[in-house]
Design a binder for this molecule. Structure first.
Ligand SMILES: Nc1ncnc2c1ncn2[C@@H]1O[C@H](COP(=O)(O)OP(=O)(O)OP(=O)(O)O)[C@@H](O)[C@H]1O
Length: 629
């Protein structure tokens, strides 16, 4: 095929298909607001304010005290300001020479100026207090969320809607950045409203109810708009979750080669854009509803506002109130109106926040409920025996168990090799052996202790795992090896682990040796090759000197020298531990004392290498295939 034809084909190729429509499905896919009425939505606000106050109190008690003190000062200064204004108005609008009237009003005007300054000062200090609370509050909630996810039973990750609910909970963290400011604005507006409204009621009792009616429609509109926004947010959760993942996978340099050489860029950009447009479409579809809400609430509010000003004008013109009182009432109406509007806007913001905080809290509750509850049994070293009795494990949503009735006994000093086809349950078996998953049926025991009753920390302190897909942490080389271990100020054991995997030369060639940051994306960082990263993952497990060492395809990216070195090392240290090697290369099982072959979650064959080679079963077949080139 000529290059012209290829280009031609590319130009006329149909656009990539749209990504599958993803819906946030399952028991959590019901919008919690769908059945909730307006009054119940408003009733949430005091509870949320209380929660914000409690969270803030725990974060910075003194800042909360400062903030509350300032709020009280703001309210008091607003009341003083209005009362003093009323006093100043009488002489200002009275009879006599202008200079005399001003002189007479001067003390009240001074009080007005002082009250205004006090109000502004208190507002500034309250903002400062809010700024002291917010960053730490955000860090607290963000860390709590990360910790909660890190600590759940690993099986929870596969449960219905877990990841989507996690995504929804992230919005709660984002909202903590504005929630203190919103709550503070709401409180200060409430205080200003109460004080200004009080003064207004004294001037004339008719004006306050009219003003309330003028602002109430805006309040209803703001809460209803917040509800629509939340509905859109809720409908977009699953798409946003996938889009977030796609963004990372598409842009991270780690997968840059694959993206380019497989001409994925157009497809990924198209996919990303389509997901974004799908979210936008839901937002745009809701726009007419929000417009209707805004127009109707403005109309109703406008009617009552005209009525308020009309009432004030009628009171003044008909002589029912003095001119001075009317002038003060104008200011009081303006102040109350501004405060009421602020109450409405901030109240709606707090309500909006309450929805996301609700999601966050409900996810945190779920995560807490899914934290390991296995009992506090401790293990006494050394781990001499690990047993599986008729163990069954089925992933949520799957029809067949991944591990189906496996019994096995491992003894200290033994090397076990697990072989089998893709998807036959090898990795799942290692997760059961280490207690990452607990079996649905059967038992896994370490030294006779059932892992379902044993503190997982005491188990994982004794394990070292090189998983098939291992993390390449954006940390220094040293930390990549010691991560998960107690701190050491001595690099000798680190270098021992580096030597054990034949990585000394490569580490010494790094710009700062063990101190080199292993992340090319970060300024000053370096990158390792695939096989070197795999050696780091092996070094990490060996550094732990674990009593159970599990290596899942540990040498798949290594050159023969590296692979040989790793297996020699495994043999030489095998006496002090139980070792499990999962491999697709039958030749590598030569080092094992015992080999199990897995098919469809069951052990179908087991024995020593020499026996299985001549048994004429699956193992012999796999070996023959691996040598048939
Ligand atoms: N996190 C998971 N959630 C749901 N199903 C899973 C999960 N991990 C594995 N499975 C399913 O369990 C079965 C066994 O998977 P497992 O990873 O244990 O196989 P394996 O033998 O290690 O495969 P491979 O050789 O490809 O690594 C497969 O059918 C797989 O689809």
């Amino acid at each position: 095929m000529t290059s012209a034809t290829t280009n031609d084909q590319q130009n006329t190729a149909p656009p990539p298909p749209a990504p599958a429509e993803i819906t946030y499905a399952g028991q959590y896919s019901v919008n919690p607001l769908a059945e909730v009425g307006f009054r119940r939505m408003c009733a949430q606000i005091p509870a949320v304010l209380g929660r914000i106050a409690r969270l803030s109190w725990r974060t910075d008690r003194r800042a909360v005290q400062l903030l509350l003190g300032c709020q009280v000062l703001t309210g008091v200064s607003a009341a003083v300001l209005l009362t003093a204004t009323a006093h100043a108005m009488e002489p200002v609008l009275g009879d006599g020479a202008a200079a005399d009237r001003l002189r007479e009003a001067l003390p009240a005007l001074l009080v007005v100026a002082l009250a205004a300054a006090l109000g502004r000062g208190a507002g500034a200090v309250a903002t400062y207090a809010g700024r002291r609370i917010t960053p730490r509050l955000t860090t607290e909630t963000d860390t709590a969320l990360v910790e909660a996810v890190c600590r759940v039973e690993a099986a929870a990750y596969a449960e219905d809607g877990f990841s989507d609910r996690h995504e929804a909970a992230e919005m709660g963290v984002v909202r903590t950045q504005t929630m203190v400011a919103d709550a503070q604005r709401l409180l200060s507006a409430l205080l200003r409203m109460v004080t200004a409204g009080g003064v207004l009621s004294v001037l004339n009792p008719l004006l306050l109810p009219l003003l309330l009616l003028a602002v109430l429609p805006a309040g209803v509109g703001a809460v209803l708009t917040a509800r629509v926004d939340y509905e859109i947010h809720y409908a977009n959760v699953a798409d946003r979750n996938v889009r977030g993942m796609m963004r990372w996978w598409a842009t991270t340099s780690k997968y840059g080669d694959e993206v380019r050489a497989n001409s994925m860029t157009d497809y990924l950009v198209h996919w990303y854009r389509t997901l974004s447009e799908r979210c936008d479409r839901r937002t745009l579809d809701a726009a007419p509803r929000t417009l209707r809400i805004a127009l109707l609430s403005s109309l109703a509010g406008g009617v009552f506002l005209v009525a308020t000003w009309g009432a004030l004008a009628w009171l003044a013109v008909s002589g029912r109130i003095e001119l001075a009182v009317a002038a003060t009432a104008v200011i009081a109406v303006q102040t109350t109106l501004a405060a009421l509007s602020q109450v409405v806007v901030s109240g709606a913001a707090v309500f909006h926040t309450s929805l996301y905080l609700g999601d966050m809290q409900s996810f945190l509750d779920t995560a807490a409920a899914r934290a390991p509850r296995r009992g506090s049994r401790q293990l006494d070293p050394p781990v001499a025996e690990i047993r599986l009795d008729e163990v069954v494990y089925q992933y949520p949503g799957k029809d067949e168990p991944a591990v189906d009735g496996v019994s096995l006994t491992l003894e200290r000093g033994q090397i076990l090799a697990i072989v089998g086809a893709n998807g036959s349950g090898k990795s799942t078996l290692t997760r059961l052996l280490t207690g990452i998953y607990l079996p649905d049926k059967g038992r896994v025991t370490w030294n006779g202790a059932d892992l379902a009753e044993t503190d997982p920390a005491t188990v994982w302190r004794r394990t070292g795992l090189v998983p098939q897909i291992f993390a390449q942490w954006p940390l220094r080389a040293r930390d990549n090896i010691t991560l998960g271990q107690p701190r050491t100020h001595d690099d000798t054991p680190v270098w021992e682990a580096v030597d054990a995997v034949g990585l000394r030369e490569a580490v010494e060639a790094l710009p700062a040796g063990l101190d080199t940051l292993l992340s090319r994306e970060v300024f000053g960082g370096s990158e390792l090759s695939g096989g070197q990263w795999q050696r780091i993952a092996c070094a990490r497990a060996l550094y732990r000197r674990p009593e159970l060492l599990i290596l899942d395809e540990p040498t798949s990216q290594m050159d023969p020298r590296g692979e040989h070195q790793i297996f020699e090392r495994i043999k030489s240290i095998a006496g002090d531990r139980i070792t499990i090697v999962v491999t697709h290369r039958p030749e590598n099982t030569r080092i094992a004392d015992h080999i199990v072959v897995m098919e469809h979650g069951r052990i179908t064959e087991q024995g020593r290498y020499d026996d299985l080679v001549h048994a004429g079963g699956t193992f012999a077949e796999l070996l023959a295939l691996s040598q048939d080139r």
